[in-house]
Design a protein around this ligand. Structure first.
Ligand code: 4AD
Ligand code: MG
Length: 477
């Protein structure tokens, strides 16, 4: 495929070359200068037309949002703001865009407004930059695992299990409203369901991933994940993408090493691959910061933050140590936290996680060895009988970006735990089989892809880093 795009033309910069460009008009000024963008780069290319020899009715059709094709010659720019421009020899309007109706005007729009126009917001600088970074991050994820001997695994999207046991599931059903067949005692007869049982959309591919790790050694999933959490926060989506590596013969220390190495490697990749977009986003945030009161401004720019994470070790702290810090910290004593930390065993909220990361340690933190009572059934019980080998990776501005554990590999301990939590052994017979046949230490974690995109791009709302967000009361597009 021979192709040319604005990124390639600007990169080559060869003066006097004949170029063909197809893209969308960003702005048109003085009846002469068209800023064209084709999505290949954050940069527009300036195309200069000879307006005296361009018919009036064609000039009128060069409007923001219109699709155009241009032929011309690349030349050194006379004006400020760009080093090269295109002297247009031919111009064709491929698709008009009525300026009175086109929502994306060349001015600042609020993110709320752009969310309502998610099908067009990608034509703005900010969203095109975010989505190119998202794409590169996802390639970086595959690159890291593929180069490190992991096998990519697709776990089922429709499943009978609720791996996290949080009950925040979307049901999958083929029964029609009010026509579900009933059993003799009047309950819905799920044996007549499509799958012969109750099913839901997956909340995590972990349990299935464990079965593959116990045969292929190192695996990872990267797929859509669904949670009916009714929390409309800046960090939660009902449909998001999760990356879940799972490794046989690896303990929790190895798991922490893997999460740190993985995140650093992916960030290093995008810092190189997407520097233009990241510089744009960095600048956007710096401008936004200037409008905030001094106390709320961030100490580091976006690029500084990314480089800081790549260059520094994550701090590893046990839950017990963290609770001591939190109990005695100023916001707790002065009752500034919404949820006060009084005793060991309390579940940590995002405000606590962010305090540890942003104010106390001032670097990414991995918390480990949480109380068994606040974590999922599959985590390995420590010898103290009350904590489990869990870990959460906490990031500035985000809070929890990844969560994982060393898995309970002992059959008897796991069965006991399931009994205590009323988890049906018959439903998870295959999961228990792993503990019967060749069981071994193994670990893994799940990283929320959108939270990683949020951190990398500095976008404050998770709805702005996924093309079409699914949240309570919203499934438009
Ligand atoms: O901590 P979670 O619930 O862990 C699991 O699901 C494990 N089974 C993972 C594993 O060990 N393989 O979710 C993992 C990550 C969170 O740290 C968070 O980044 C992200 O998934 N996440 C969400 N992201 C966006 N919207 C939501 N509603 C999310 N819920 C979790
Ligand atoms: Mg978690």
């Amino acid at each position: 495929m021979i192709e040319s795009n604005i990124a390639k033309i600007l990169e080559s910069g060869t003066i006097l070359q004949e170029v063909t460009i197809k893209g969308w008009v960003r702005t048109f000024r003085s009846n002469r200068f068209i800023a064209v963008n084709d999505g290949s780069t954050i940069k527009n290319i300036q195309c200069v037309i000879d307006f005296e020899n361009t018919p009036e009715d064609l000039l009128k059709r060069i409007t923001t949002g219109a699709a155009i094709a241009i032929k011309g010659t690349l030349s050194e720019s006379q004006g400020k703001g760009q080093s090269v421009e295109v002297q247009v020899t031919e111009i064709e309007i491929l698709g008009d865009s009525n300026p009175d109706e086109y929502p994306i005007q060349p001015k600042k729009h609020s993110f709320e407004f752009l969310r309502e126009n998610a099908h067009l917001r990608i034509r703005t600088n900010t969203f095109s930059a975010v989505m190119r970074v998202r794409s590169a991050l996802s390639f970086g994820v595959h690159k890291y695992f593929q180069e490190n001997g992991f096998n990519y695994l697709n776990t089922p999207i429709i499943t009978g299990s609720d791996a996290e046991g949080a009950g925040e599931i979307f049901k999958v059903t083929t029964f029609e409203d009010n026509k579900a067949p009933l059993t003799e005692d009047g309950k819905i007869d799920y044996s007549k369901e499509f799958f012969g049982k109750e099913t839901n959309l997956t909340v995590s591919g972990q349990l299935e991933a464990e079965t593959y790790a116990m045969a292929l050694g190192k695996v990872y999933t990267f797929g859509p994940t669904f949670r009916a959490e009714n929390s409309n926060t800046t960090r939660h989506l009902a449909e998001f993408w999760m990356i879940e590596p799972e490794v046989a013969f690896m303990d929790l220390d190895g798991n922490m090493d893997l999460s740190e190495d993985f995140i650093k490697s992916v960030l290093t990749y995008v810092l190189e691959k997407c520097i233009d977009d990241l510089e744009f986003l960095d600048n956007r945030l710096t401008q936004e910061d200037k409008t905030k009161p001094q106390a709320e401004r961030s100490e580091m720019s976006l690029l500084e933050k990314l480089r800081f994470v790549v260059d520094n070790n994550f701090k590893r702290v046990s839950y017990t140590e963290a609770i001591d810090i939190l109990r005695n910290c100023k916001p707790n004593k002065k009752k500034k936290f919404k949820y006060l930390i009084n005793e060991w065993g309390a579940d940590l909220q995002s405000e606590h996680e962010r305090f540890l990361v942003e104010k106390h340690f001032k670097c990414p933190v991995i918390l480990f060895d949480y109380p068994a009572d606040i974590k999922a059934f599959y985590m390995r019980l420590n010898d103290d009988g009350k904590t489990v080998r869990a870990m959460d990776v906490l990031f500035p501005g985000i809070g929890e970006i990844a969560g994982g554990a060393q898995r309970e590999e002992r059959y008897d301990v796991l069965v006991e735990k399931m009994k205590a939590l009323d988890i049906d052994e018959k439903e998870l017979w295959w999961y228990l089989d792993l503990r019967k046949f060749g069981t071994a230490v193994h670990s893994g974690f799940g990283l929320g892809f959108e939270r990683l995109v949020q951190f990398t791009t500095g976008m404050s709302n998770i709805k702005d880093v996924i093309p079409f967000p699914r949240t309570p009361q919203n499934a438009e597009f």
